[in-house]
Design a protein around this ligand. Structure first.
Ligand code: FAD
Length: 395
């Protein structure tokens, strides 16, 4: 298990930070303005074999824990927020397969051959027309015929679907199953079609390229991830999503505050011996940035400690109300503080932060983090927490 101090010497992190500054940051403005996939960044990550960071060492991957993956996503997001988000979403899908597909010959082979050897990229389809942002219910259902299966899904938002090598899709277990009786199914490129149904001309996170799409795929029944989505969601998808997203939002906020700090330092150099007035605002912003980092890192460390032995007790804890509330609170806190920090950076820098073509520009950062509260609506999350808090007692 990687500790906070060991992270500083992590090769994975050093390689990612180099790609963030040398590749991702260089193309970030173009990715944003053209709303295009950050291809250069993902070519570099693939070449450095970093796309299998979340695959356990037993299958040939890096075997990075949550803290190291979070630090990696944050580092990449400092260069390009969309790249950080795509990497986080890929790791979330990989973690679901690695943690819940261990007893499946299909998923073991997929982890080794597709994810480690070929460094493939996996996208996620949880959203669906008719479920209104509730990932824990599906309209579509898988059709199984002996050892074959097929699925059709009308998705509202599919990030980098056209650039991915596979899609991990939620659906009902059978045609007569309840909306919440779901499974996750993996479809490899060549076994599905994805017909784009909308556009992705958004305020931010433009490089995630996430339009709606009609999905249709088929394959072997072995491509259904063992167990229920109720379990893989609580034990893996939700913790990985909320912790890695929070980490990458902290990376975006850190880059905005870093630009504000550079601006303040440049001002101070012009008047040696005096502290510029906006330096005080910067000091206050650092308080929130530190709290934000500590928040996601503490959850990541707790998750890594809990899952180090991967026993039944850990899985049960991940299914408790206490843990679910902690994940909800982390997501709500970080998604709300990140825009506040970008706003602070803009107030500190002023017009040079407002201009899109200035080295101190924070417009892209601000627009990117505005997606955080919507990406699983905070109102929806707060409503779920509210009903849990009616019965939950913290002892
Ligand atoms: C950058 C980005 C990338 C994404 N990538 C993917 C992807 O790759 N794959 C994928 O499947 N999905 C993806 N999504 C979709 C995402 O996961 C959510 O499904 C989607 O953002 C929710 O859409 P919605 O706002 O219409 O949903 P809803 O949750 O239905 O929210 C709609 C409105 O209803 C309000 N609301 C909802 N519930 C309540 C409540 N209980 N109480 C009060 N108000 C409520 C909300 O405030 C909101 O205003 C992505 C989203 C973003 C922003």
């Amino acid at each position: 298990m990687t500790t906070r101090s060991a992270i500083k010497t992590s090769t994975l992190l050093a390689q990612t930070a180099a790609i963030a500054s040398d590749v991702a940051a260089r193309h970030a403005a173009d990715v944003d303005s053209k709303s295009r996939f950050p291809q250069e960044t993902f070519d570099a990550l693939r070449q450095a074999r970093l796309l299998s960071a979340a695959v356990p060492a037993a299958y040939g991957g890096v075997g990075a824990g949550m803290l190291e993956l979070g630090a990696q996503c944050a580092a990449l997001a400092q260069g390009c927020g969309s790249s950080g988000m795509v990497l986080a979403m890929h790791h979330i899908q990989v973690a679901c397969m690695a943690r819940h597909g261990r007893d499946s010959a299909f998923f073991e082979r997929y982890l080794r051959e597709n994810l480690v050897e070929r460094q493939e990229l996996v996208a996620s389809i949880t959203s669906e027309n008719g479920t209104f942002g509730d990932t824990r219910s599906s309209v579509c259902a898988i059709a199984i015929d002996k050892d074959r299966m097929s699925l059709e899904k009308d998705a509202t938002t599919v990030s980098y679907g056209a650039h991915a090598d596979a899609q991990l899709v939620t659906c009902r277990r059978t045609a007569d199953a309840a909306a919440s009786d779901q499974v996750l199914v993996l479809f490899e490129k060549g076994s599905y079609t994805l017909a784009q149904t909308g556009t992705w001309d958004t305020l931010g996170m433009r490089g995630t390229c996430s339009p709606g799409a009609k999905f249709a795929g088929n394959g072997a029944a072995g491509q259904i991830l063992p167990g229920s989505f109720a379990d893989s969601s609580a034990q893996t998808m939700v913790p990985y999503s909320h912790i890695l997203w929070s980490a990458l939002w902290s990376g975006i906020a850190a880059d905005a505050i870093g630009r504000a700090a550079a601006f303040v330092r440049a001002g101070a150099r012009k008047n040696p011996g005096s502290v510029p007035p906006n330096a005080i605002r910067l000091a206050r912003a650092h308080v929130e940035l530190q709290a934000m980092r500590n928040n996601w890192e503490a959850c990541a460390i707790e998750f890594d400690e809990m899952t180090a032995s991967d026993d039944q007790a850990a899985r049960e804890t991940l299914g408790t109300m206490g843990w679910a509330l902690k994940m909800n609170q982390l997501k709500m806190a970080c998604s709300e503080v990140a825009p506040r920090l970008c706003h602070e950076a803009l107030q500190i820098i002023g017009i040079m932060g407002y201009k899109n073509d200035s080295p101190f520009s924070v417009g892209r950062h601000y627009r990117d983090v505005l997606s955080a509260a919507l990406m699983v609506s905070n109102e929806r999350i707060a409503a779920k927490s509210a009903s849990m808090l009616l019965v939950f007692k913290d002892d």
